[in-house]
Design a protein around this ligand. Structure first.
Ligand code: SGN
Ligand code: CA
Length: 520
């Protein structure tokens, strides 16, 4: 009898141990403002990102992944809760996350997962539901950032992308209890404004110009006031802060610059004061000659716009090069520790970004460059290598997907769908054919993008801008991928509009969104 009980104990102990050690781990890598076309798995025109690409090549790549509200804090709140902004309460970057609500890291933690959040947080309240957290303050700094480690603020010397990756590796190596499954969030600041590259990446892209999008000089004819009245044109970027010009006159910062009007020494922009002596030396070595050439050549008109675009896009891409290197380091670590294949690795961004399309930087609009996100996942037990999906995937889906991967049933009040049915071959019967979007940050905040909501199907997009205007836009994405021709109001599209409005109302009812100030 005693022997039998002993065996039962051993067996059940082994079973628990087995279940625990084989429950998959989760590594969720999210960058800040990484446009889909700046990942070479999607488009090779801008940059090579071999390490990010590897995740998709050995797993699945989603070609129609979108966010439900293209701005930072809101996107992160959707990730954690699996609920739309009007439900989780975080509608724009002025909000404060209610950490007492249900989140999927909290559920995983309760189910025995070790949970860690590292890097950009941007939800104002303290992280809840993590065994370990170490986050940037607000937007964070690229160089020598201050980070809050479980309540203590510590300055970390070095470059943010590398530091965040180091902390992630250190957490996996030293902090996490062995034998317990883990879920770690690696949230980079890069490539967020003001696009400060690591000193090790200055030499990239110096030998060529990056192609400018054909819509760079967009005149917004036929589109809403929202498109015309935003404040996010590359042409209006700040010369010192955004474009790293050493300043001659105070007015150079937001003016169009061009001529060196006095013989006063060129001054560096105040945000660069954080750099230590070695970083500063390297920084000055690269940017000072650029500033001197600028004042020598004083570009104007289109020459100035082109100069600004190249300065912007090259620094943006250099920040991504560093992200890619660090993704490589993290993958190599997991591989070396034998963790790679029992871990689901997700690579994504908190939203897309304009890389000069319509003349813009930033995001917020429901237009494709900011609505779409890169989304690649690797998980050999469930995802065959080389899987491609055209299905509409949303950031709303991350929470239920990752819970299900961990063997936990997603709570019924989560509004996303598990992406697991798409893992086998990128398709699933009865999958959603449309998505709902709602953006709120107006008239306060940055860039003055008017409030709007809309619906996107495989082919069409209908947007309603409201609040201080009441305008609609309709795009046929098949014929007009660049969203240059607003078809709303053309009689030939009346039927399409009617159908889309019906779908919009259906989605608003499904998700319980009564926050739109004017209903269609
Ligand atoms: C900062 C940026 C804005 C940007 C917001 C929101 N200005 O305020 O350009 O739109 O963040 O970005 S900066 O001068 O501080 O760089 S988000 O990704 O956090 O939503
Ligand atoms: Ca962002």
């Amino acid at each position: 009898m005693a022997i039998r009980i002993f065996f039962i104990l051993i067996l059940s102990g082994t079973a628990t141990l087995f279940a625990q050690t084989t429950r998959p781990n989760i590594v969720f890598i999210m960058t800040d403002d990484h446009a889909r076309r700046a990942v070479s798995a999607y488009d090779t025109a801008l940059i090579r990102t071999p390490n990010i690409d590897r995740i998709g090549r050995e797993g699945i790549i989603f070609h129609n992944a979108f966010v439900t509200n293209s701005i930072c804090g809101p996107s992160r709140a959707v990730l954690l809760t699996g609920k739309y902004s009007h439900i989780n309460g975080f509608r724009d970057n002025r909000s404060r996350f209610d950490g007492s609500q249900q989140t999927f890291p909290k559920i995983l933690h309760a189910e025995g997962y070790y949970t860690a959040m590292i890097g950009k947080w941007h939800l104002v309240s303290e992280p809840v539901g993590f065994d370990y957290w170490n986050v940037l303050i607000d937007q964070g700094e690229y160089y020598n950032p201050d980070m809050i480690e479980m309540g203590d603020t510590i300055r970390r010397e070095g470059y943010a992308t590398t530091i965040i990756t180091d902390l992630a590796i250190e957490t996996l190596e030293k902090r996490r209890p062995q034998g317990q499954p883990f879920c770690i969030f690696v949230h980079q600041k890069a490539p967020h404004r003001n696009w400060m590259p690591d000193t090790t990446h200055f030499d990239l892209f110096n030998d060529r110009d990056v192609p400018m999008p054909s819509s760079f000089y967009d005149d917004y004819v036929g589109r809403s006031r929202a498109a015309r009245e935003q404040d996010m044109r590359v042409e209006d970027m700040w010369l010192g802060y955004d474009l790293k010009l050493f300043l001659n006159e105070e007015s150079d910062e937001t003016g169009t610059g061009g001529k060196k009007t006095t013989d006063r020494p060129l001054r560096i922009e105040p945000s660069l004061q954080r750099l230590n002596a070695a970083q500063r030396k390297s920084w000055d070595g690269y940017y000072r000659p650029i500033s001197e050439a600028f004042y020598r050549e004083h570009p104007e008109g289109t020459a100035l716009s082109k100069w600004k675009y190249q300065r912007y896009i090259k620094d943006y891409l250099r920040c991504i090069a560093s992200v890619d290197d660090n993704v490589g380091r993290l993958l190599a670590y997991l591989e070396q520790k034998g963790l790679l294949d029992n871990t689901i690795i997700v690579y994504t961004s908190d939203q897309g970004f304009f890389l000069g399309e319509h003349g813009w930087y930033d995001k917020r609009f429901m237009y494709e460059p900011s609505l779409a996100i890169p989304l690649l996942m690797r998980f050999p037990p469930k995802i065959p290598a080389g899987t491609v999906s055209d299905a509409i995937a949303l950031n709303l889906d991350f929470a239920p997907t990752l819970l299900q991967v961990a063997g936990v049933a997603p709570p019924a009040d989560m509004q996303g769908k598990s992406l697991i049915p798409l893992f086998r071959n990128g398709k699933a019967k009865g999958w959603r054919k449309s998505m709902y979007y709602h953006y709120y940050e107006y008239p306060y905040g940055w860039h003055y993008v008017k409030k709007h909501y809309g619906v996107r199907t495989g082919r069409y997009k209908l947007i309603h801008f409201y609040n201080d205007n009441d305008e609609w836009e309709l795009y046929d994405l098949k014929r007009d991928a660049g969203e240059m021709h607003n078809l709303y109001g053309q009689p030939k599209y009346d039927k399409t509009v009617k159908k889309l409005r019906k779908e919009l109302m259906r989605l608003q009812a499904t998700y319980g969104d009564t926050t739109a100030e004017e209903k269609p």
